[in-house]
Design a protein around this ligand. Structure first.
Ligand code: M6R
Length: 614
């Protein structure tokens, strides 16, 4: 939630500061987009512009880029947590003296307590945000200590919660002070100036050398130096030791001519899966993880949203391929299993961003019980992999669209791969079966996926003409298709704002079928498994008997092809590949319906890409 950026120039001729901050915010807009603002130091004074609205609206209304120049500046794009989206609640926030400006991503949990104390000392608050207490706290402590950095560090010690914070002041005009805990922050080391941002794409216009800031690190950047210390352990950090070079390009993080990131990311799936596969083949951690799982008493797997659907898929695959029980749970409900987990158990934590707070809390709770944790993530060095014992990366490249698309397919590929590696190691799959699934079916599905996407894209566009006014839908399946059905329903809900429910098809008779009336759309996900197909056929018939409009995503040789009103056929491969072959149509249906309804699929209302608040 929220994106922040700071730029510290040697002199203003290096870059038009307002424009560079604005461009950086555009790359962070996926993190929040209800309001935004910029603060720069120019002629020894703070200049602030901020307001409610999306960046392009604000640029047109307030002109971030032209008017605001200088050497040092910070900026913020917001996703509201405390206080509604409004001009006043937008960041940056300033203190009473107007000497300090701050941007913050996260939540200050004890802000009411701190605010009360500050108010009793005469501080006047303008916004409803938790963030504003921080800047008044710095003002108060600066009066007492007479040094900005000491005041900043002391203020950090007074707050509890999650934060990535940047502060600037004309008292020390060539510095940006920073601190981080539980919210992401990265330093960009340029050749003649330095930067800070919530995420790497915002830095790539300027540099590829980055340092991912760790929890409890504080410090400041100047145009030519970076100073970092570990506040908890009380020593300075040699940041060079943590510097790394980003290998992916800005192009990887831009739209490449597609009208939306979501569409680009759907079409990018074959490429992403090739990267995932090659990464898995050379990943030394994989073998260690498989033997850890084989020896575990209990295996749990958790995630939120799409990552939870991938977790359910893994549980199914492990049961069918290796006869091994895996317990999947939604991350925010971790307390259900927290007490029963022990040091002989393993938790697999699935998170694209690696920052989802619910998953992070589950990881921490299970670790407390002595449980070993394996992270499956897309973002190297993010919080969840860092706090886990092992990390396997999806290697999908940056995903900017709020809807998870390529990261779902790559997650399920990693998890499917793990399940078949487990089954081979436990003797449940022979070498020949293992090679058949891996080399023929999984690799085969990746090879044909480009063509599959083109075909189902056309079918999704056609179907949208019929569904454009739809208010509610069902997504039904059985077995391995259930998590895919859930994923389809989530996509259409979050992107096209259509009410949708997913159920195991057998459940539909126990209530949901009451809503079905003539024309009601029901999407059936039919995996390539004769037993599941036979059972799903019964459910199709029940729905059709009530007048439902049945849509089937089926494999090319399925006997059910003529049993549905609208069929989408995909290659007939092993059921393990169902997420790869069957999901793209569901993603494209949601995408085209959203576009048809005039919605922006990259920025659905009320949602943010990374959910770092409980
Ligand atoms: O980054 P994570 O995988 O931990 O995110 C989990 C969910 O917030 C995420 O999958 C969300 O449901 C997406 N918007 C789904 O498209």
């Amino acid at each position: 939630m929220c994106g922040i950026i700071g730029i510290c120039l040697r002199d203003r001729s290096q870059l038009p500061l307002g424009e560079a901050l604005f461009r950086g915010l555009l790359r962070l807009e996926y993190r929040g987009y209800d309001s935004a603002g910029i603060a720069v130091i120019d002629s020894s004074r703070l200049h602030i512009v901020k307001g409610k609205g999306r960046l392009d609206e604000l640029e047109a209304r307030l002109g971030f880029t032209k008017k605001y120049t200088g050497e040092t500046g910070i900026a913020h794009t917001r996703w509201a947590t405390h206080g509604q989206p409004s001009d006043i609640n937008a960041h940056p926030h300033v203190d009473c003296s107007g000497l300090f400006a701050v941007v913050h991503n996260g939540i200050i949990e004890n802000y009411l307590e701190v605010k009360e104390k500050l108010e009793s000392r005469g501080h006047v608050f303008k916004s409803e945000t938790d963030t504003e207490v921080f800047v008044h706290l710095v003002e108060e402590l600066y009066r007492e200590l007479g040094d900005v950095y000491s005041a900043f560090k002391s203020a950090i010690k007074h707050i509890r919660g999650a934060y990535a914070i940047l502060l600037i002041t004309p008292i020390e005009p060539n510095k940006i002070f920073f601190a981080k805990k539980d919210s992401p922050l990265v330093v960009g080391i340029g050749s003649s100036y330095n930067l800070l941002a919530s995420d790497i794409p915002a830095l790539l216009d300027h540099t590829r050398r980055v340092v991912v800031i760790r929890d409890n690190w504080v410090g400041y950047i100047t145009p030519s130096s970076v100073f970092v210390e570990d506040l908890e352990r009380g020593f300075s950090v040699d940041h060079e030791q943590y510097a790394m070079t980003v290998l992916w390009s800005l192009e990887d993080a831009s739209r490449e001519g597609y009208p939306h990131f979501m569409l680009k990311e759907i079409y990018e799936q074959p490429r992403a899966l090739v990267q995932t596969l090659s990464g898995l083949r050379s990943d030394a951690v994989l073998e260690q993880v498989v033997s850890l799982l084989v020896d575990a008493d209990n295996i749990y797997i958790t995630g939120a949203g799409t990552s939870y659907h991938a977790s359910e898929y893994y549980a199914y695959a492990m049961s069918k391929l290796a006869g091994r029980l895996v317990i999947p749970f939604i991350a925010s409900e971790y307390e259900l299993y927290e007490e029963t987990a022990s040091n002989k158990d393993v938790l697999i934590a699935v998170s694209q961003s690696g920052e989802t707070i619910d998953v992070l809390k589950a990881v921490r709770a299970f670790k407390k019980q002595g449980c070993r944790v394996v992270a499956i993530s897309n973002v190297v060095d993010s919080a969840i992999p860092r706090e886990s014992d092992y990390a396997i990366y999806m290697r999908a490249g940056p995903e900017i669209g709020v809807a998870a698309t390529k990261t779902f397919l790559t997650q399920t590929l990693v998890l499917g791969f793990l399940a078949i590696a487990y089954a081979k190691s436990s003797g449940d799959l022979s070498e020949a079966e293992y090679r058949q699934i891996l080399l023929e079916d999984i690799e085969g599905s990746v090879k044909v996926l480009g063509k599959v996407i083109e075909k189902v894209d056309a079918l999704a566009r056609r179907l949208v003409e019929r569904l454009s006014g739809v208010k509610s839908m069902y997504y039904l399946s059985r077995g391995v298709g259930v998590p895919i059905a859930r994923e389809g329903a989530l996509k259409i809900k979050e992107i096209a704002y259509v009410h949708a429910e997913a159920y195991p098809a057998g459940e539909s008779k126990h209530g949901p079928i009451a809503l079905v009336e003539p024309g009601y759309p029901v999407v059936f996900i039919v995996p390539n498994d004769p037993l599941l197909e036979r059972r799903i056929l019964g459910n199709i018939m029940e729905m059709k008997a009530r007048g439902a409009y049945s849509i089937g995503v089926l494999h090319e040789e399925s006997p059910l092809v003529n049993s549905v009103d609208y069929s989408i056929t995909v290659p007939s491969l092993h059921w393990v590949t169902t997420p790869i072959t069957h999901t793209p149509f569901l993603q494209l249906l949601a995408y085209h319906l959203a576009v048809k309804r005039g919605l922006d699929p990259d920025k659905p209302r009320n949602l943010a890409k990374t959910v770092t608040v409980e």
